[in-house]
Design a protein around this ligand. Structure first.
Ligand SMILES: Nc1ncnc2c1ncn2[C@@H]1O[C@H](COP(=O)(O)OP(=O)(O)OP(=O)(O)O)[C@@H](O)[C@H]1O
Ligand SMILES: [Mg+2]
Length: 100
């Protein structure tokens, strides 16, 4: 099966807190994954990095074979995120919010 998401050796610290320590995983076509872990495990940090909201300290991410650092826009076009809280802009139309 084709690899859709590949994460290798992702690390991220916030001051003295190491949120991610060398995370690696590969998700292939037609596979479904859930990220499970206690509060503070680093789930949101991982999703934030995959969606380009946050930069990792080390490591690489590729989505649909596009490198997140080299082709962030192509990665974002291959990626959909539903945030935990409602994140709609009032100044955007429904269509514009969807496209954003
Ligand atoms: N912007 C930030 N500044 C400082 N520390 C942060 C920041 N974001 C996350 N952290 C810390 O990094 C660690 C991982 O947090 P993260 O939010 O990724 O965990 P989580 O698995 O999503 O937790 P939850 O289940 O509570 O949503 C925690 O110790 C958290 O306090
Ligand atoms: Mg979270």
């Amino acid at each position: 099966m084709d690899t859709i998401l590949e994460i290798s050796n992702l690390s991220k610290s916030f001051g003295s807190v190491q949120a991610l320590k060398n995370i690696s995983l590969k998700i292939r076509e037609k596979e479904f994954y859930g990220l499970l872990g206690p509060n503070g495990a680093g789930k949101t940090t991982t999703i934030n990095i995959i969606s380009t909201v946050m930069e990792p300290d080390t490591g690489n991410v590729s989505i649909n074979h596009f490198d997140l650092k080299k082709d962030p826009v192509k990665c974002k076009k291959s990626n959909g995120v539903v945030p935990q809280e409602i994140a709609l802009y009032n100044e955007f139309s429904a269509y514009e919010n969807l496209m954003f």
